[in-house]
Design a protein around this ligand. Structure first.
Ligand code: PMV
Length: 325
């Protein structure tokens, strides 16, 4: 039995679109920040049962929902040569509808806990590859701080790795715009964009260039450039979806009101830049120095808005070493 803990990440330079849907090989690299908080804790126990069982926040997953979990477990069984079924128990503390992908932390924790439970001592890079086949963004939650996912062109070459950030301490503010459930999953949204959006090729080539510029900004510790690139990547990602047939639009008028408000804060001298994923919630990149003022200003403008803050956190870790059966 092994237990692992992982935290969500938010992409600054986004991932949107796969070149290989089965292996989850992305079309572009991406760059993210792993948060400090909202952990997912996952325990994997080897069993004598004929099938795998998974319980998420106390609810047993049905056969269809188990698919992605089983893919990760099958890979671990192949690597270890042990054919046991397992019981997976996972709890996450991500506030409901906060717009944070729980799958990123969930699959990072699953990859780490399952590999340890089967007696494998995998390097972080191998854990990242394993997490990736459950959910692409999970490859990044294996590492702490600022992280790059190398798209690669095969299972072996598509993995995340930590990046050095030489600037001031960064902070994310998460603004919960809506509690409505998202209508189109990121998986479905990506496939539709790849297959039908005439803007997709432009998104892919321009985003890969943004990765290169973001790496330079990270090396220079230049948060202003990093922030500007963050906004560009999000806007271009959402633009690629708007061109899909039928169009995919996650951002609402409230999302844009927040994007405008943050632009105003920036004009007033605060370090603050927006990004958004497959939903209407807005995430704001800021610094620990500016973070409190950003929260104060947004609370004044949007008194009912729920705001969460986080600095950068660590990558996945084992909570409890393997215990003899
Ligand atoms: O790996 P998924 O299915 O969680 O996709 C993540 C997609 C975005 O959150 C929209 C962007 C990203 O890079 O995290």
């Amino acid at each position: 039995m092994s237990t692992a803990v992982a935290q969500p990440n938010i992409a600054l330079i986004k991932y949107w679109g796969k070149v290989d849907e089965a292996l989850i090989i992305p079309a572009t690299d991406s760059v993210s920040l792993t948060l400090d908080g909202f952990p997912t804790t996952t325990t994997v126990t080897l069993t004598d049962d004929p099938i795998d069982v998974a319980v998420l926040n106390g609810v047993t997953l049905q056969t269809g929902e188990l698919g992605r979990i089983t893919r990760v477990l099958d890979r671990v069984r192949d690597l270890s040569g042990i054919r046991s079924s397992v019981a997976v128990e996972s709890t996450n503390t991500i506030p409901t509808a906060a717009g944070l992908a729980s799958s990123a932390a969930g699959f990072a924790a699953l990859a780490k806990a399952a590999s340890a439970a089967f007696g494998l001592d995998l390097a972080d890079r191998e854990v990242s590859r394993l997490a990736r086949i459950g959910s692409g963004s999970a490859s990044r939650s294996v590492f702490g701080g600022m992280v790059r996912w190398n798209r690669g062109n095969s299972d072996e070459t598509s993995y995340a790795e930590p990046l050095e950030w030489n600037g001031p301490e960064l902070m994310m503010v998460i603004a919960q715009v809506s509690t409505a459930r998202k209508t189109i999953s990121s998986r479905e949204g990506m496939t539709r964009t790849v297959n039908t959006s005439p803007f997709y090729d432009g998104w892919v080539s321009s985003n890969q260039q943004l990765v290169g510029r973001a790496l330079q900004a990270a090396a220079n510790g230049d948060e202003e450039t990093l922030g500007a690139l963050t906004e560009l990547s999000a806007m271009r990602m959402h633009a690629s979806m708007l061109g899909a047939e039928p169009p995919i639009r996650y951002l609402t008028s409230e999302s844009f009101a927040l994007i405008d408000a943050v632009a105003q804060l920036r004009a007033d001298g605060l370090t603050a830049y927006t990004t958004a994923d497959a939903g209407p919630n807005i995430k704001i990149l800021t610094t620990s120095t500016a973070g409190a003022a950003v929260v104060d200003e947004l609370t004044q403008r949007f008194p009912t808005l729920s705001l969460l803050t986080s600095t950068l956190g660590q990558g996945v870790y084992l909570h409890q070493e393997r215990t003899p059966q």
